[in-house]
Write a protein that binds this ligand. Structure first.
Ligand code: B12
Ligand code: SF4
Length: 447
């Protein structure tokens, strides 16, 4: 079959002239398992156009999709991109009502029925689809239409539903099991439609899936069933070698939720990376409570250039409520240890939780700017579907979500005040980051 996998357009095409050249790892994983038996193309709209906002842009995208003559279109979603994906399904359904449209990815996993209700797609395959998508395609190859297929994880519109009718959603017989990672092929980085992507677009990889923590604002825990599954290290290192030789990536970005979760495994990974010469610089993300000086020594020797820490808040009460208690002394210590080893310490912060006041925002400012981080990133809290906070505060997903600005105010502050405080905080973060870059650039000259 000719399968077209599409990443739902993101924010990056919002008429800013900025494109996001990034291969989505989920679609690359699926392309790898499908490629032996099917013709698979990857369409990444964010890399093609600079404005995907209006209906006309989505119409043009739908024409681009149909020009590939797909027999099935699969759209990968997060909640942030669902609003745009809905528009794309409508444009596709208007042009090719018989073309099977399948939703998948994070948003289709945490909200499959809602996603089907709100879009023109025929089915949503929830969960990690490395095994279920090939199984679904086998059913389609046997002449079973998408609306009649039956498979763990597959939510579908009842046959007979169509434009103008209220969709009846048929749930799956059961949830899909998590695939065993040791039997999966390496992600497929070929087959991207459009102009060649820069090598840096291919630099992402993961050594694991899932997260065993349960921070209330994050969907990662539920997505992975609260467990972490690790890929065999030889497989990870084979992928690193392929990235180096075939894709000539300038650096690596480990996208594990918590890269250093297991200490022995991190040491083994670092040893494997250090044995490759020259070591490729790499970035990873982790938690303050999953790092120590010796581990940092090994990571530095292995080429670690930057570690991004999910600190999230400087407010002790917010830390308690989101399930990530704040240890301010540990935050400072870890930033210092990291910096001392030549690794740039970066950190993520979120403000705007529903209970937050001006004092909480001020506390976050103090910890973010006063702990010795090289770069700090600020987001406005938007309770995510799939997270515990998202259950309490449902979001309107009609449009794209942009976590970099307060699209909605959940705090106790009046809207205008929250907007003004967030803007001021974002400006302080930006000034901090700029000062750090200037400090680094001045370093050789200044001694
Ligand atoms: C890595 C990562 C990123 C990377 C992606 C890098 C890359 N090259 O792919 C970057 C940094 C770019 C990123 C960005 C964002 N991310 Co992110 N990210 C992750 C993370 C940590 C891992 C994702 C991953 O690669 N998993 C491994 C792959 C193999 O799994 P997968 O993508 O889920 O794909 C599988 C299934 O979903 C399914 N599938 C996927 N696509 C499709 C399509 C079809 C048709 C089908 C049938 C199935 C299917 O099969 C795949 C294979 O098993 C997750 C947390 C987590 N543990 O899941 C958060 C996560 C997905 N991100 C999240 C968020 C919020 C964002 C941002 C909005 C953040 C921001 N502040 O801007 C943006 C949104 C970007 C976008 N366009 O949607 C949330 C999403 C929650 C939600 N309800 O949507 C998560 C769950 C973390 C959280 N805080 O809860 N992210
Ligand atoms: S915020 Fe990080 S540690 Fe917490 S559940 Fe999400 S991925 Fe895991």
């Amino acid at each position: 079959m000719r399968i077209l996998l599409i990443e739902a357009p993101s924010l990056h095409g919002d008429g800013t002239g900025q494109t996001r050249a990034l291969l989505p790892l989920g679609l690359a994983a699926l392309a790898a398992t499908l490629a032996p038996a099917h013709e698979v193309g990857l369409l990444l709209p964010d890399t093609l156009a600079t404005d995907l906002t209006g209906a006309a842009a989505l119409d043009a995208l739908a024409d681009r999709v149909l020009a590939e003559r797909p027999e099935l279109v699969g759209i990968g979603l997060t909640s942030a991109t669902f609003g745009r994906a809905r528009g794309l399904t409508a444009a596709l359904a208007a042009r090719a009502p018989e073309l099977p449209l399948l939703l998948g990815g994070v948003h289709a996993t945490v909200a499959p029925a809602a996603a089907l209700h709100a879009s023109a797609a025929h089915a949503a395959l929830a969960g990690e689809a490395d095994r279920t998508l090939p199984a679904l395609l086998r059913q389609l190859a046997h002449g079973i239409p998408l609306r009649k297929a039956r498979l763990p994880g597959l939510w579908r519109q009842a046959p007979g539903a169509g434009p103008g009718t209220t969709p009846q959603i048929v749930p799956p017989p059961r949830s899909a099991a998590f695939p065993a990672l040791d039997r999966l092929p390496l992600p497929r980085r070929a087959g991207v439609i459009g102009p060649p992507l820069p090598a840096s677009a291919f630099s992402g990889l993961t050594t694991s899936r899932g997260c065993c923590f349960d921070c209330s604002f994050c969907a990662a825990a539920r997505l992975g069933g609260g467990r972490v599954r690790f890929r065999p290290l030889p497989q990870v290192l084979a992928e690193v070698d392929e990235l180096r030789t075939r894709w000539a990536v300038p650096s690596l970005f480990f996208h594990d939720s918590v890269l250093t979760l297991s200490r022995p495994r991190t040491l083994a990974l670092a040893a494997g990376l250090a044995a490759r010469s020259p070591a490729l610089p790499f970035t990873g993300q982790t938690r303050i409570d999953r790092i120590d000086p010796e581990l940092l020594d090994h990571l530095a020797r292995a080429g670690c250039q930057q570690l991004m820490y999910g600190v999230e808040t400087g407010s002790p009460r917010t830390g308690e409520r989101i399930g990530k208690p704040l240890d301010q002394a540990a935050v400072r210590r870890v930033a210092r240890w990291t910096r001392e080893r030549g690794i740039l310490p970066a950190a993520f912060f979120i403000v705007g939780f529903p209970w937050e006041t001006a004092e909480d925002l001020a506390a976050t400012r103090e910890v973010a700017l006063g702990s010795g981080f090289d770069a700090v990133h600020l987001f406005s809290a938007h309770p995510l579907p799939g997270s515990r906070l998202g259950d309490e505060f449902p979001l309107d997903l009609a449009g794209p979500l942009d976590f970099r600005t307060p699209q909605r105010n959940f705090t106790t502050l009046p809207d205008a005040e929250y907007q003004q405080r967030f803007t001021a905080l974002a400006a302080d973060f930006a000034a901090h980051n700029l000062a750090q870059v200037q400090r680094r650039l001045a370093w050789p000259a200044g001694g």
